[in-house]
Design a protein around this ligand. Structure first.
Ligand SMILES: [Zn+2]
Ligand SMILES: [Zn+2]
Length: 319
């Protein structure tokens, strides 16, 4: 069964590559990028499968048992666009093209200083190099980085103004995960890639890791009131993350919010930022509310408006 599926996948990948990618590479004289093109085709296909599975599984669940009922779903549409741009590889490709020259230069610089990356999996031979243990180690290590990056996105004023694009959705659904400012995504990816490089994690080895993580992140944003019961202490649940998006508790107070963890709420429990409140509260940012509660601030409806307003807020956070 698995063999048949993987054969079918490879056949579709080869077909798509020959029909669509190769002709473009030929026409533009970029044949030297054939190999990368083949990998990109794989990512595109894996992304398309993810989006289809998410839609088929999560959309009916949201319709049957929503955490919030909306008179219409118009505001969710822009998040569908963010999801497609991200999961089908368009935004990651742009970021890769921007960041990889920077990275190559950095890696060359480090080599010239005689620096060899530290390998987390070489820590305890016989234990940490068992594939499953290595997988869990890197998963936990990178999730720890995610937690602190997220703390930064809330605590640093100009960074929050970019991250606010993610929080400004008032109809949060499983599509919302990828709704981010492009510059925010670049920053986060540079930090994560630097750490991954420093601890010896090869992104290519983590295809499954990235896919599983992304599926979970989509589920966390779903419009459902699931707490995962006791397992909610181990994995971030939709209710736990909805709290992070709640107006007020999600972005105010001593820590500028709560429930920053991406996969494991253990970080929030450890650093005192967990909030296991179960009431479903409206999502968004306080200054979006009509006066006098807020300032009716506009974060933009469409993709470009949200990106442009985010840049303006970043450059002028004092208002
Ligand atoms: Zn946040
Ligand atoms: Zn979120």
């Amino acid at each position: 069964m698995i063999d048949a599926l993987s054969d079918a996948f490879t056949a579709v990948q080869a077909w798509l590559f020959e029909q669509a990618v190769q002709p473009v590479l030929y026409a533009t004289g970029q044949m030297r990028y054939q190999e990368q093109g083949y990998v990109a085709t794989e990512w595109f296909l894996l992304g398309a499968i993810q989006v289809i599975v998410l839609f088929l599984v999560l959309r009916p669940i949201e319709a049957l048992a929503p955490a919030e009922r909306w008179p219409d779903r118009r505001a969710t549409r822009v998040d569908v666009l963010y999801t497609l741009l991200n999961r089908l590889g368009i935004i990651p490709l742009v970021i890769f093209l921007l960041v990889s020259p920077l990275f190559d230069a950095l890696a060359a610089q480090l080599r010239s200083f005689g620096f060899t990356p530290f390998n987390l999996d070489a820590l305890w031979p016989g234990v940490t190099d068992v594939p499953l243990v290595t997988f869990v180690l890197y998963l936990v290590a990178l999730d720890f980085v995610d937690y602190w990056v997220h703390r930064g996105q809330h605590a640093v004023r100009w960074w929050w103004e970019l991250h606010a694009v993610h929080h400004s959705q008032r109809q949060m659904s499983f599509w919302t995960d990828d709704r981010n400012h492009l510059l925010d995504a670049v920053l986060r990816d540079v930090i994560k890639a630097s750490v991954a490089l420093a601890i010896g994690a090869e992104p290519a080895q983590f295809v499954m890791l990235i896919i599983v993580t992304r599926m979970l992140q989509s589920l966390e944003h779903a419009n459902v009131a699931w707490t995962f019961g006791p397992a909610g202490r181990l994995l971030v649940s939709p209710v736990f993350h909805r709290r992070h998006h709640s107006i007020g508790v999600g972005h105010e107070g001593r820590f500028h919010g709560c429930n920053f963890a991406v996969l494991f709420p253990a970080w929030d429990m450890l650093f005192g930022t967990a909030d296991y409140g179960r009431t479903i509260e409206p999502t968004g940012i306080r200054d979006q509310l009509p006066q006098p509660a807020g300032q009716e601030r506009d974060y933009g409806r469409g993709f470009w408006a949200q990106q442009w307003l985010g840049l303006q807020r970043m450059l002028n956070p004092a208002r």
